[in-house]
Write a protein that binds this ligand. Sequence first.
Ligand SMILES: [Zn+2]
Length: 463
Amino acid sequence: MSVKQQVDHLIVNGEIFTGERASPHLNNGAIAVNGNRIVAIGDARSLQERYQSESVTDVGGAIVHPGMIDTHVHAISLGLHSLPVSIDKASASKFSYADVKVQTDDESTDALTAAAAVALLRRGYTCFMEAGTVFETDAFAAALQRIGMRGMVSAPFGWDDVSIFESLAPATITKRLMERAPANRAAVIRRLERELTRNADKDALVTGYVCLYGECSATDALTRDASDLARQAGVLFNQHQGFVRQWQEFEHAKYGISGVQRLHRLGALTERTTLSHMNVMSDADAELVVKNRPGITWCPNNALHRAVHPQDHCRLPWLIDRGVCVSLGIDTTMYHPLGTAGMASLLLSASVGHRLDDAEPFYMQTANAARNIGYADELGTLAVGKRADIVVRAVEDITHTALEQAGALLALSSSQIPVDLVMIDGRVVMKDGRLTATDQTELLRSALRQRRRILERAGASAE
Ligand SMILES: [Zn+2]
């Protein structure tokens, strides 16, 4: 009689969506986890013949999938969900986003990051890339580590030339923001280097990457230095690019070439680069992207919200066909409910005449997303050797089930199927939709208190 191998966790009887396009689905499947890695995945019966564990979770046919990854979210904006802000005109709304986002301190960033983590976990995300706008990065990292969630963080507002915003969006660069985030190349590089020290620990849940704010707000020198730093450190280089036409035109007028062409000229348009948005690009830009293979984080909600298309042709579905790795981001969440980028990408793709496959948003938020944050070998799919970041959904009404696989993936990535269990790096961090390591109710109360503090201060400083 063969001896069964002892493992830390066995998840059995799941409808498993692996995130691997070659073998996407396992009916009645199981996953064996030891330490922080997946050691086996396959048919439940055969896996249980080979493995045993003190911790066996029978998920009773529920959907199981790799933890989803949002590759562009401004973390503090999650805590400000539904706040009536304007990024363009301070006078158009009660609060200017620029006034609000500079009011954070360690205490508020800790509380709002923890609250953001819960909101993401409850929608099946186990990792997210903070889009370079958190000032108190240590408080951010500490909050995620306490909960057990992954995140990526970088220098806040990496820029050294804000003339584009002075010209086109003056309300976004208040005096207070420029005090906290000076347009200074040396200071940005120092801060980037500091954030990268997090990566010395290979098992760190929160890692650093190189982020510039982008959209023509970095000189050639800063862009080159930051991209070199990313290459030396073996991490991702990321910036906003191609959000709206006016910003593209500004960059073209200033440098005589498009932003994408400028990145290419500076050696910053490589496979290690991920650009966020890319709503607006020329044919020549699109060809450069196909040739140089940077990843793209698509934020379809924001493209729809700002009515970028059809005035400017949306090229993302065509670029996907040509092998460009596109992932999804929710960006800011004042207007865009978390978890809706998948559905928005499908609707937007249809409206521009190139409907994506129903399953595509799922891959854009798993395997593609892992590649676009620089962790293709570690995250994004359920496969032997990968980190054990696993989500088990609940079935609470009939819309949480599906009759066929593509439909299930569509439902999964584009609606709000409740999350039951979340494992990250082999640890169960959420069970029955509640955090295992922290009092979720107290955490929410604390975040609401901190949000009030921030808004009070923003109101005071605006007067
Ligand atoms: Zn953004």
